[in-house]
Ligand binder design. Structure first.
Ligand code: IMP
Length: 427
């Protein structure tokens, strides 16, 4: 059976949670490889409605083992609250394992995320303030605390005292805020350690054994390609590799082991936080999409910026990730529109651009060139076959497929598992 990665193809919030939840029914293993509690995967299934920040969406399949890989940064309090909530709804979490190499989000990370955003003022990134950026900074600076450190309280105390001395210098001298107590943090994290101990282990051998048994393994991406630290709209990005390359380093998995890479595209575009978004609609149509689709951040509740489908960005995502197929989500949201636009190029200073620039200042000046398609103006939520879709909806899907340079395997026409059209099987 194959190993399939599910990757956000835009700025996150494409509906990966539903796609993974759906595919996880057939998977033996579901793994998270990057990001942290900044992610918010909404899943609606027979157990209820959940917003998962850290737990892989495969947790609802009683037959699937779930791993949180070394590339994820973990907030112990968020993870423990999530486990408690899942258990309350009768979901078994004994199949969840956390890599001992995964870095932890510490209280100074969330504090510094907030202080740094305030310091940036009008140049704020609009982070989720969950401490993700500072935690990845410490990982690279070799000042991180890893999940495995929780299993060695003496070592943890030594390391914490050393690190907090530096954090307190920054807090008091740069930000002029009170210092933190290493003893308090130590005691709090020892308690987390006791509760998380059953989950913490070396996850790479578990993955290796599953590969050896040729099991079906889903690699669950977080955020999206345009938020990737290298390939996104830098500096308006997250701090991890949300493209498929992140799955390899975030799990200890060779690229040769990945059989399929599915890009998840929303039928229009959204973005939460600051940074360029060429097709943003700052008008009543954008507001109409936001209200109809309830486009508010799953983690922060912030209103998402809404706009037309950007095929330039989509093609870029396809090529960065070599998508073997795509899932197109929320097509039903466009049901009532008389006309729908797709951005096929950008105009910048009288030049036509057909690629996604690395430069934020160019992207900010891009004027989208639109192709206008007639809307189908009928409800599609109850349809289950591609051929049953109104012809105008079929044309929209086909045009996206062509422009994004990627075959569409699955179309989501509503939030529930069954509200899905399978065009070609994925797993
Ligand atoms: P951070 O990841 O919290 O540092 O935030 C950096 C940028 O990524 C901000 O614009 C956030 O809004 C955005 N971001 C982070 N995680 C997500 C996500 O899961 N969905 C959408 N945007 C996200």
């Amino acid at each position: 059976m194959p190993v399939v990665a599910i990757i956000g193809a835009q700025w996150g919030d494409e509906g990966k949670g539903k796609v993974v939840d759906l595919l996880a029914e057939k998977a033996n293993m579901v793994v998270r490889f990057s990001g942290g509690p900044n992610a918010g995967h909404t899943v609606i299934n027979p157990y209820g409605e959940f917003r998962l920040h850290l737990t892989p969406s495969g947790i609802f399949n009683p037959g699937a083992v779930c791993l949180i890989g070394n590339g994820v940064v973990i907030s112990p309090s968020v993870l423990l609250a999530e486990v408690e909530e899942l258990n309350k709804h009768g979901v078994d979490t004994s199949r969840l394992f956390i890599s001992d190499r995964a870095h932890l989000i510490m209280p100074y990370h969330t504090l510094l995320d907030k202080l740094e955003e305030e310091w940036r003022g009008s140049k704020a990134l609009g982070t989720t303030r969950s401490g993700v950026g500072p935690a990845y900074m410490d990982k690279v600076a070799r000042l991180g605390i890893r999940a495995g450190d929780l299993l060695d309280p003496d070592g943890l105390l030594n390391r914490l005292r050393f690190i907090i001395e530096q954090k307190n210098a920054i807090l008091t001298k740069v930000y002029e805020t009170p210092p933190l107590s290493s003893d308090e943090i130590y005691h709090q994290y020892c308690q987390y350690g006791e509760r998380l101990a059953p989950f913490i282990c070396e996850t790479q051998p578990i993955l290796q054994q599953a590969l050896g048994r040729k099991e079906a393994i889903l690699l669950e991406g977080a955020q999206g390609t345009l938020l990737d630290i290298d390939f996104g709209t830098y500096p308006y990005v997250t701090s991890s590799s949300s493209t498929v390359g992140g799955a390899c380093v975030g799990l200890g998995l060779s690229p040769t082991c990945i059989d399929g890479i599915i890009g998840v595209f929303k039928s229009y575009t959204t973005r939460v936080g600051a940074g360029p978004m060429p097709t943003e609609l700052r008008d009543e149509t954008g507001e109409w999409i936001r209200q109809r689709a309830h486009e508010y951040g799953a983690t922060t509740g912030r209103p998402r910026r809404c706009g037309w489908f950007d095929a330039v960005a989509a093609r870029y995502s396809t090529h960065i990730n070599s998508f073997t197929g795509a899932a197109l989500t929320r097509l039903d949201i466009l049901d009532e529109l008389a006309s729908i636009k797709i951005c096929t190029g950008y105009k910048v200073d009288d030049n036509i651009l057909d690629h996604f620039s690395a430069s934020v200042s160019i992207l900010e000046r891009c004027e989208p060139i639109y192709e206008e398609l007639k809307g189908w103006q009928s409800p599609i939520t109850d349809l289950r076959h591609f051929d049953d879709l109104p012809l105008l909806a079929q044309s929209y899907v086909r045009r996206i497929e062509e422009l994004a340079d990627c075959p569409i395997h699955l179309i989501s026409v509503g939030p529930r598992r069954e509200q899905t059209i399978i065009v070609r099987p994925i797993l």
